[in-house]
Design a protein around this ligand. Structure first.
Ligand code: FAD
Length: 377
């Protein structure tokens, strides 16, 4: 079987590992539109289901060696007042899973090991035609590739998905966010919950003796700019805990990554002919549950297993869709619903994450754990 993977991001590289492990006879090539590996986003948190899945790719040990283990989650009011604390080792379900954080650059380079010879950088699809069950592809360097299967791992802005669906499935969630690494090492991940002005902050230690800061605010798309205006960021988060303010203050503007939260309105797993979608190309969602890459790993493994189990391609694609679609829809809804408005976010944190007063005396059993329980089911 000949396979073309579009995109050498986290999803595409993981797919390559899954193919090497479970379909060693398949011939695959990855095309990547950038001139080198992209590791934008500073850091990434990987919940239990992601860490667990690495076992099936024989990569868990290596990832754990690099990553920073997370042992405790704290929810605070935006001004720093502690609302709840969950020790993961004491949690009835989470104690059996590992929750880690690592710098994206380290993760992408770990994943790219052994895969680099398969990647053709600076390349996109120029055009393609379908004949019988094969897709004849002309690439931007004028070379040709004939594929039995195209795996679209090109992320939320996938142009291939748009061509196949005939419409743009992207959905702006109305939230701007900023991410950066800071050299101040913090002890535990701390979620600073919604301020009256619609701001939210997250601070957690990551690999390489650094900490990661994530900030978001509800904001009209027209008022958002990719150019970081540090003064307005400082002003907006001025009422937040001093730890967050210091991190913003001490970070050079050029180190701060600004973006919008964008999701896919309807998940799509396959066209049932010659293309499958994985990762953000299938179902990008808000990072609220930190399930984006976790879901991409599950996609990659499920697809490789489906291709291994079903000799006919159509059967394998159907099998992949049946195994993934409802879960992907659930992850998307659980992640995106709280992001739809600042009111929805407030309700989400009040109702879903924070323990009720009566539960606050038993943090290990408190409702705060439900978020993480959700992450691993
Ligand atoms: C603010 C934020 C925080 C997040 N935090 C977390 C977290 O803590 N944990 C977590 O699990 N997830 C998190 N996510 C989600 C996670 O980053 C994504 O789910 C993950 O990166 C998706 O990987 P992907 O390979 O599908 O897409 P991408 O990472 O977008 O990779 C796509 C690749 O395809 C390439 N490409 C695009 N178009 C083409 C083309 N036409 N031809 C060739 N190549 C192309 C791109 O250059 C890129 O390299 C977060 C997301 C955001 C926005």
């Amino acid at each position: 079987m000949k396979i073309l993977i579009i995109g050498a991001g986290l999803g595409g590289l993981t797919m390559a590992h899954a193919l090497k492990t479970y379909l060693p006879q398949a011939e695959f090539k990855i095309i990547e539109k950038s001139t080198s590996l992209r590791a934008t986003g500073a850091s990434i948190a990987l919940p239990g289901n992601a860490v667990d899945a690495f076992k099936y790719l024989s990569m868990q040990e290596q990832i754990l060696k690099t990553a920073h283990p997370i042992s405790k989650i704290r929810y605070l009011k935006y001004n720093g007042k502690l609302l709840s604390e969950t020790k993961l080792a004491e949690h009835p379900i989470l104690k059996d899973y590992q929750f880690i954080a690592l710098q994206r650059e380290e993760l992408i380079h770990l994943l790219a090991q052994d895969i680099l010879p398969h990647i053709q950088f600076n390349t996109v699809i120029k055009q393609y035609t379908q004949q019988d069950k094969l897709t004849h592809i002309e690439l931007s360097d004028d070379s040709h590739f004939t594929a039995d299967l195209i795996i679209d791992a090109s992320g939320v802005n996938s142009t291939h998905r748009q061509a196949i669906c005939g419409q743009d499935l992207r959905e702006d969630l109305g939230i701007s966010c900023w991410r950066f690494l800071t050299s101040r090492k913090t002890a535990d991940p701390s979620y600073y919950l919604l301020s009256p002005n619609g701001g939210l902050g997250l601070l957690y230690p990551t690999s390489g003796n650094q900490s990661y800061v994530y900030l978001q605010r509800v904001q009209e798309k027209d008022n958002y700019s990719t150019d970081v205006d540090k003064a307005s960021l400082v002003r907006f988060f001025a009422k937040f805990a001093p730890e967050l303010q210091e991190a913003i203050d001490s970070t050079p503007t050029e180190k701060i990554i600004a973006s919008r939260l964008v999701s896919v309105s309807e998940p799509i797993m396959t066209d049932h002919k010659s293309t499958v979608f994985i990762g953000d190309a299938a179902a990008a969602c808000s990072p609220q549950l930190q399930q984006g890459y976790a879901s991409a790993i599950e996609d990659a493994l499920t697809l490789a297993w489906s291709l291994q189990a079903k000799p006919q391609l159509e059967d394998a694609l159907l099998c992949y869709e049946q195994l993934r679609l409802s879960r992907v829809q659930w992850i998307k809804n659980a992640s995106d619903t709280p992001s739809k408005s600042s009111q929805a976010l407030i309700i989400y944190f009040q109702e879903e994450l924070l323990p009720r007063k009566s539960e606050r005396t038993a943090p290990s059993m408190c409702k705060a754990g439900r978020l993480y329980w959700k992450k691993i089911t």
